[in-house]
Design a protein around this ligand. Structure first.
Ligand code: NAD
Length: 514
């Protein structure tokens, strides 16, 4: 699935959803999709938009340089800092009232000087309202399934796009789920852990009637994680008689509370299984292959670790706050410790990593490499970036990282693309294993999980490749004969053909209730 423009901050009027459905319509034409099924899939089943409110705490916001001039003579206050001044990832501090206990305060025009930290304006907290979404795209194959995103630039248009993508992805992964996506328009870096927890509680409180282990099953996405899933689980199950039967209401949980072994790495692992298949078929050796990774969060960091273990060299990593490059290869374990094992690094960013040189985002995409793994947000590889790329394959770890223009240029330049709907399907596949384990009250080993995942990803990838090459085949691992369409198509269209054929079967065999 592709989006024409960047998700973040764009003011263009064109709908991301409309553009992203281009592949759907192309594949629907190719398979001669039943017209009523096309209508069913063209728009989501339900678009839930609602509001959540929370009480926020007072904050200390750093003064800018111009403002500081007026407070040079303000004496420092001796506040009880420690955990009473809670640092936020955006540079602000949360002011817990206990900071003022026995404090010696000098306050002028609402400005305070904190020793070793500088000048801050105290901003009053209070009630705040946030827009929340859950788009339930389709459930013909099973309960709605999809991530929860906390980000400042989300919109109905974007969530519709991502929810539809889940419908295609669950069909391609051949798991009995439909597609959904949702979240909250919020910058999680501007709020404390406690405030985000309250936001999550309110989200579940309002949405509870529409979710459930056999109805709609959220998972982590950008800006959310296993901790947030734990809060959702608690809010959903608290006080329920049969709470243990409801564990599967969210996936991506910590393994200690019903999560699956292998889930944290699963999306990256799935992308790496796809890259392995690509390398095997094209005869490209992964040992020594040079890799660009965009995004060093859940997907990017897991894929980077696994590729490094294959002997690949991660030559550059780009994230929201910086880009680092080392021609001889970055020490991934050290970068991981720097970003995710370091409490000082509140943004979990690669910026400032001492083991590599800082470069610009533009130079990142032009770096000499074999594999590009965009694993951040959508729209990263537009036409201009695609022109400059010097890789053989783009493995779409993120959702929709290549725009329509980017796609055209990559095709013209004969750079392969492993489409997102198969490349990042590892996460939802292991989410399904987690859900199965919860329903059955089982706990599988990591080896079991990965063996199943590898079979699932590689066999579905092989079907998509056969559709693309129009080479129907049956092996012990896969059977592409029912899906090939009598002509060759690009990999993206091939993936969508597989999704549509699997989805359409439900409508054709079960029929419509009238
Ligand atoms: P995450 O929040 O853990 O990490 C996101 C990363 O992207 C961070 O390193 C962040 O700094 C970086 N980033 C954000 N904006 C950026 C920008 N403008 N330029 C460069 N980097 C930027 O998120 P995640 O869970 O790793 O998800 C990444 C992508 O993968 C998303 O598109 C998500 O929808 C998709 N995805 C995730 C999963 C999953 O299981 N987590 C599954 C399928 C797809």
């Amino acid at each position: 699935m592709r989006v024409m423009r960047k998700e973040a901050g764009s003011s263009q009027k064109k709908s991301v959803y409309g553009e992203s459905m281009e592949t759907f319509h192309r594949a629907a034409d190719l398979v001669g999709l039943n017209p009523r099924v096309r209508l069913e899939l063209e728009e989501p089943d339900f678009e839930h938009i609602f509001y959540v409110t929370i009480d926020t705490r007072d904050r200390l916001v750093p003064l800018d340089k111009d403002e500081e001039k007026h407070f040079l003579d303000l004496p420092a206050s001796s506040v009880k800092a420690g955990d009473a001044l809670e640092p936020l990832a955006n540079g602000n501090f949360l002011l817990h009232r206990r900071a003022l206990l026995n404090a010696d305060i000098a306050l002028r025009e609402g400005v305070i000087r904190i020793p070793k930290r500088g000048l801050f304006r105290i901003e009053r907290g209070g009630p705040r309202k946030f827009k929340a979404y859950r788009i339930q795209h389709n459930q013909v194959r099973g309960p709605y399934k999809g991530g929860i995103r906390y980000h400042k630039d989300v919109s109905l248009d974007l969530f519709k796009t991502l929810a539809a993508e889940m419908t295609w992805k669950t069909a391609i992964a051949n798991i009995p789920f439909g597609g959904a996506k949702g979240g909250i328009r919020v910058d999680p870096h501007a709020f404390s852990r406690e405030e985000i927890e309250h936001l999550t509680l309110r989200y579940v409180y309002k949405f509870k009637n529409y979710m459930g282990p056999t109805m709609d099953i959220p998972a982590p996405d950008v800006g959310t994680n296993g901790d947030i899933m734990a809060v959702m689980l608690r809010q959903y199950t608290d006080g329920e008689r049969d709470k243990h039967a409801l564990k599967g209401v969210v996936t991506g949980k910590d393994v200690r509370i019903g999560g699956s072994e292998g889930r944290v790495m699963a999306t990256g692992q799935g992308a790496v299984y796809c890259i392995e298949e690509w390398a095997r078929v094209t005869g490209f050796p992964l040992q020594g292959a040079r890799v660009l990774v965009q995004g060093f969060g859940n997907v990017g960091s897991a894929a980077a670790q696994l590729l490094a273990a294959h002997g690949c060299k991660i030559v550059a990593v780009d994230d929201a706050y910086g880009t680092v490059h080392a021609d001889a290869g970055i020490d991934v374990a050290a970068l991981l410790a720097y970003c995710h094992g370091n409490p000082e690094n509140l943004r979990h960013s690669v910026a400032g990593f001492p083991g590599a040189a800082a470069i610009s985002k533009a130079d990142f995409w032009k770096a000499d490499a074999d594999i590009a793994l965009p694993a951040a947000l959508g729209g990263a590889i537009d036409g201009e970036v695609a022109e400059g790329l010097r890789v053989r394959v783009v493995a779409e770890g993120a959702n929709g990282p290549v725009t329509l223009d980017g796609d055209r240029i990559l095709a013209a330049r004969k750079i392969d693309v492993i489409p997102d709907i198969i490349c990042n399907a590892g996460g939802v596949t292991v989410s399904y294993y987690e859900w199965l384990q919860n329903q059955r009250m089982e706990h599988w080993t990591e080896q079991d999980v990965n063996a199943r995942l590898e079979r699932a990803i590689k066999s579905n990838y092989a079907i998509i490749r056969d559709i693309a090459n129009d080479k129907p085949a049956r092996t012990n691992e896969h059977d592409s004969r029912p899906f090939c369409i009598g002509r060759q198509v690009d990999m993206r269209a091939a993936a969508m053909v597989l999704a549509l054929k699997r989805i359409e079967a439900h409508y054709l065999l079960e029929g419509f209730s009238n």
